[in-house]
Structure formats: C-alpha cells, structure tokens
Design a protein around this ligand. Sequence first.
Ligand code: UDP
Ligand code: GLC
Length: 394
Amino acid sequence: MKILFLDQTGQIGGAELSLLDLLKPFRADCLVALFKDGPFKDLLEQHQVSVQILSNRSLSVSKDSSFLQGLSSSFQLLPLIAQTAQLSRRFDLIYANTQKALVIGAMASYLSRRPLIYHLRDIISPDHFSATNRSLIINLANRFASLVIANSQASQAAFVAAGGHQEITKVVYNGFQPELYQYSSANRSELRQQLGLDTQFVVGHFSRISPWKGQHVLIEALQYCSEDVTAILVGDALFGEDQYVNQLHQRINELKLGNRVQTLGFRSDVAELMSASDLIAHTSTSPEPFGRIIVEAMLCRRPVIAAAAGGVVEIVKHGKTGWLSPPEDSRKLAELIMSCRNHPEQSARIANQAQVEVSQRFHIDTIRQQVRYLLQQVLHCKESGQHIPYRLAE
Ligand code: UDP
Ligand code: GLC
C-alpha cells in the first residue's frame, strides 16, 4: 500500500510521534511530506522514512484565524496544493495527519482522485478553533475524506457535534511499544542524582509549553504542597509561546519556588525522566484530544494525575489506574499530589495496575492492525466503485 502522509509541522509534537509509530510498517512504500522543515524531518530520516519538505514558509492559517485572513492565505496555498496533487499521483492514498494537512490534502485528493484519510487529533470545539476553522475542517472532511480516524471518542464526538458525518469516523487510539518504557531502579537513582533530586518527591510534567497545557496549574499547586515536593517541566514552547514561558518564570519567582521547579526544555529521554519521577501530572486546561504522555507515564509504571476532560477520561480510571483532577483546580491537584506522596504503597499498586492495562490496550501492534484494516477497506471501496462517504464495515 503506497501512502503519501502529510503533516503541517517540522516540530516534534504528539501528532508527529504518533504518526512515526504508525507508519513504520508502510515505510518501504511511503513518503512523508512536511509543510515546514524542522527536527521531525531528521527524526523520520533516522527511522529510514522518506521525507520531503514541500514549503519552507509557515502556512498562515492559524487555529483562530479570521475569515478574511483565511481567504487571503488560500491564495498562498495554491502552489502547495498543486505540488501535493502532483506528488499524490504516485500513491494509493493521501493521509492527512493534521488540520492544515487536511486543507491541502482535500484539494489534492480532489485533483488527483486519490482517497483521503484524515487522522483527527484535535477536539474541534471553540476552546481550540475559531468558528471559521471549525467550519472549514468539518466541510472539507465531510466532502473529501473517505475516512476520519479519531484519536479518541472525545475527538470523534466533538467532530460529530460540530457537524461532521459520524458514518465516516472510526476511533483508533494511539499505539505504544511497552518495552521502550522499562527502566531499572539503578537508571532512576543515577538520573535523580544528576538532577540533584534524590531526596525530593518529584512531580514530572511532560508537555510542550503552551497556555492550554497548563504548566501554570502545577506551579500554583506547588505552593499548597509540602516543601519536599519539586516539579520538573519537560518540553519546549514549540509554536512561539514565549510570552507564556515568561509568565511561568515570573510566577515561579513570585511564589519563591525557584528551588522547587526545574525547566529542562525539550528532551528525547522522556521515558527515563518519567521513570525518575515519583508522579506525573497532566494539567491541560482545555479538553485533551488523547494525551500520549498519560499512557507513557503508565507504561513507565508511574502514578498519574490527569485533568478530567476530553480523551483523558477514556484512559484513566479514577482511583484504579490513576487519578482525575478537575482542569485548572490547583488546590485539588495539590491535594492529590500530597495523597500520592503520603500513600506510596497505594500509588505503586495503582501504577502497576495501569501498566498492565495500557500495555495491552494501547499496544502498537493492535493499533497498526486496526489502521491497516481500515485503509484496506477504503481502497477496496474505491476499487469496487462504491460511493464515498460510505459506511465502514465493522
Ligand atoms: N515529548 C518529548 N519531549 C519533550 C516533551 C514531550 O518527546 O520534551 C513527547 C511526549 O513523550 C509525548 C509527546 O511529546 O509523546 C506529546 O504528546 P501529547 O499527546 O501528550 O501532547 P501534544 O503535544 O501532542 O498535544
Ligand atoms: C495531538 C493532541 C494529543 C494527542 C496527539 C496524538 O497532538 O493534542 O492529545 O495525544 O495529537 O494523537
């Protein structure tokens, strides 16, 4: 099966890491076309995946862009659409991994008559998108996509609530390779020593730095925790959120938490750092479409407290495989952190239970099989001349 994958960014976010995991079985015959250069290109090449950069300019359609801006940018998109359509003629399918990839992919699919798959990794709601962009995504997906793969039931439900056709959607969760998340206690102690945190209770926060990822919620929570509770913030501002970074540092200073918060920037040793933490906090203030870091923390057998919204509630069973905290409630988060710190045996039991569950439920092999099956269905429908959108066989 020859697939042209499209992604709008050269940065390494969850959508890109998920795509890398997913496409490996197809890599002999696939190409990833990126609309921007960046470290994701190098990562794909390290994994022997063919990559092509289609444009070095950033697309000016932003999540909250207005109609007029959108219209003017659509003219800038024409060369990119033509390039993508031309390229797609060498492939059986076009696979759009992000929202802007959908815009380009839809037009290319129309021109080259190649079926379009849209991997929906966003919650299409006012929290995340302007009215113009919600309507653009929904209309393009309804009109041009043969299949919309939603990364959670929450993403699927928001798509349908915004007017998306339910019958073209399927939920496929993100997949993981459990053996990549196993670290010995010797590794753990060494890393804690390097970070100067061997006697602290370490709360790890792993996410790109962005207001909706809610790093501030954890910082606020620290003031209500005992002095030994320390946070490591792992991740970078990938999409120009410098103002938020400054606000975070200002708040850390105001609360005199400089000696209890370490910012480590983007790291490629997330699993090691998670294993070195005592607890992982997820604090998104808007509904998280899926939340890879939650499953990763569970695979590392670390207790997790996560913000109860979006796809997160499909992953975490409160009190059984982790804890759910109301988004933006730093006092409740602090209470849960202290409870986890004060009851290490209970926390370890829950973390063990979570690891067993997610190792099976989100195993990459199962997820790859599900996607392959769906893509075969799409090709089969095309070959047999069935109209699309169509109802996917169960
Ligand atoms: N991540 C990483 N290095 C960092 C911070 C995050 O490799 O410094 C990875 C993290 O392990 C996870 C992904 O980035 O796999 C983030 O995915 P998630 O679904 O949690 O959030 P997104 O950023 O996609 O909204
Ligand atoms: C997006 C979402 C995140 C999800 C990832 C992979 O980046 O924000 O929640 O885990 O895609 O599907």
